[in-house]
Write a protein that binds this ligand. Structure first.
Ligand code: XMP
Length: 512
């Protein structure tokens, strides 16, 4: 395996993802892990992540010094490179020439890390995010690439198999970054690359069994892929100790509840409690228009329902959720780190502290496309695996302002037409997520000879690879006007349709 020591970067998980994509098993552990644990793991290679701290301050994180004596290859990325240099006798200084975002590096020498990708003399695009830089290399190192702000953009000590990059090879904005990482894990460290989703499935099952023991687990199903995959995995791991609960919040899309019930009871023959809680949710949401209050209210109600249902079956010790990595990173503010809470995703930050059940989140380190691959591995039908993501708080966060049954009804009708048009045009699988948002304003229109004063609706469709960044989908004008016409003709109560062309960032995918 490959060990990733985490110094708290926002993108550490992407390193793991890239390593997994190249067929190599890896684990992320905090930089402060005792060296004995590392020695027990006997990693084939170690990657030191980036991080928000500055090496130039004495109290900032360092890797256990003994890792440099283990004889295993080490790759330091950004902060990881600086920490490695500082720990091996080099020198790092704060630089007034900070580099953030896209930058170019010059490849000045040949290096194993560059096999089949970068060649000496080339200029290559990378993604930088640093304030400090290495100014003197430790003994044994040479610089193999440079950038304007950092003379040691890539460094190598071939004898000890230590490498460092000033930039982030794990993000897609470093176009050949995945190949650089692959060259490290395969070329330098000699990993075979035969690890697969089948292996993840087996490991996840072992981990669930170890965490849960003989205790009872309830799993909330939302209608989306994530919770369904989590439920299947748990079912395989612990069988009858698992109870699945589908909470009909009254905030679902047209036909959604029936599909989920049919899939679980019919296709998989997994028992399912169907809790009809629409009145409860809509009652508590009445008068609430602040997005965070909505999210927290919904998170709290989910727990109330889960706890009430758990009581009926004699109690449950664990609550299982299909939380994915992007949900985690966008909800958590790391202490000392630059990452702030954007939204309280209900299956992470929206959970009330009073919840007594412990959490099982077997997909916590995966990205959406990995969850889909796991779903396929578990025999899930394509129609389910390929579904667009649907957020736990459901249509509530697609109704800016107060959520009312009237608005929800209009939204369901419009959303169905929109998705129907997308499917008919053969675009569903090209799009990461498409949905309608009903706006809290009425606008004036004219239909036939009469004046209308009805709701405005926004359509949103984005492309994305992991939900962390996204671009608006470039529909043709013809598609948009056809869809708008259908919605306005068929949904009485909506008289205007707009298309949202904002990317993420600066927007988010959902409107709330
Ligand atoms: P944003 O709006 O933050 O969304 O750009 C990123 C992705 O996450 C989904 N999303 C959620 N999923 N619970 C979920 O399970 C939530 O509270 C939640 N909020 C947003 C969103 O639909 C998109 O796919």
């Amino acid at each position: 395996r490959v060990l990733i020591l985490d110094f708290g970067s926002q993108v550490t998980q992407l390193i793991a993802r890239r390593v997994r994509e190249s067929g190599v098993y890896c684990e992320i552990h905090p930089f402060s892990i005792p060296f004995e644990r590392i020695a027990e793991m006997a990693p084939r290679a170690i990657i030191l992540s980036g991080g928000p701290a500055s090496v130039t301050e004495a109290t900032t994180p360092r890797a256990p010094q003994q890792i440099f004596e283990m004889g295993v290859p080490i790759l330091g990325i950004c902060y990881g490179q600086q920490a490695m240099c500082a720990q091996l006798g080099g020198e790092v200084e704060g630089s007034d020439q900070r580099e953030f975002g896209r930058a170019m590096v010059d490849v000045t020498q040949d290096c194993t890390l560059f096999t089949d990708t970068w060649v000496k003399g080339a200029r290559e695009q990378v993604w930088m995010s640093h304030g400090d830089r290495v100014i003197r290399l430790p003994p044994g190192f040479r610089a193999v690439a440079t950038s304007e702000g950092a003379p040691f953009a890539v460094i190598a000590d071939d004898a000890r198999r230590f490498y460092g990059t000033m930039f982030h090879p794990e993000v897609v904005h470093t176009p050949h970054g995945a190949q650089l990482l692959r060259n490290f894990t395969h070329g330098v460290a000699g990993c075979r690359g035969d690890w697969t989703m089948a292996a993840f499935r087996a490991q996840a099952i072992e981990r669930i069994r170890a965490q849960v023991g003989s205790e009872r687990v309830i799993c909330g199903l939302s209608g989306g892929v994530d919770s369904a995959v989590a439920a299947l995995l748990l079912h395989e791991a612990i069988g009858p100790q698992l109870t699945c609960i589908f909470v009909d919040t009254g905030l679902l899309r047209a036909g959604e509840a029936d599909e989920v019930v049919a899939l679980f009871r019919g296709h998989y023959n997994i028992p399912l409690i169907h809790s009809d809680a629409g009145d409860l949710f809509l009652g508590k949401l009445a008068g609430v228009s602040d997005p965070e209050v909505k999210r927290k209210t919904i998170g709290g109600l989910f727990i109330d329902v889960f706890e009430a249902e758990a009581k009926k079956i004699g109690g449950a010790d664990f609550l299982a959720q299909g939380t994915l990595y992007p949900d985690v990173i966008e909800s958590v503010s790391f202490t000392g780190g630059p990452s702030v809470t954007i939204k309280s995703h209900h299956n992470v930050g929206g959970l009330p502290a009073r919840m007594k059940m412990k959490l099982v989140e077997p997909l916590r380190e995966l990205f959406k496309d990995e969850v889909r691959a796991l779903g396929r591995e578990l025999g899930m039908p394509d129609s389910m695996v390929g579904r667009h993501p649907f957020p736990g708080p459901g249509l509530a966060i697609r109704c800016p302002g107060e959520v009312t049954p009237e608005k929800l009804e209009l939204l369901r009708k419009a959303d169905r037409i929109y998705l129907d048009e997308i499917r008919q045009a053969g675009l569903y699988n090209e799009i990461w997520q498409a949905f309608a948002v009903i706006l809290p304003v009425r606008t004036v229109g004219v239909m036939g000879d009469g004046r209308t004063y009805d709701y405005a609706l926004a359509l949103r469709a984005v492309t994305s690879t992991d939900g962390m960044t996204a671009d608006s989908y470039p529909f043709t004008h013809e598609f948009l006007s056809r869809t708008a016409t259908r919605i306005i003709n068929e949904v009485r109560g909506i008289n205007r349709v707009a298309y949202d062309v904002t990317s993420k960032p600066p927007g988010t995918i959902e409107w709330e």
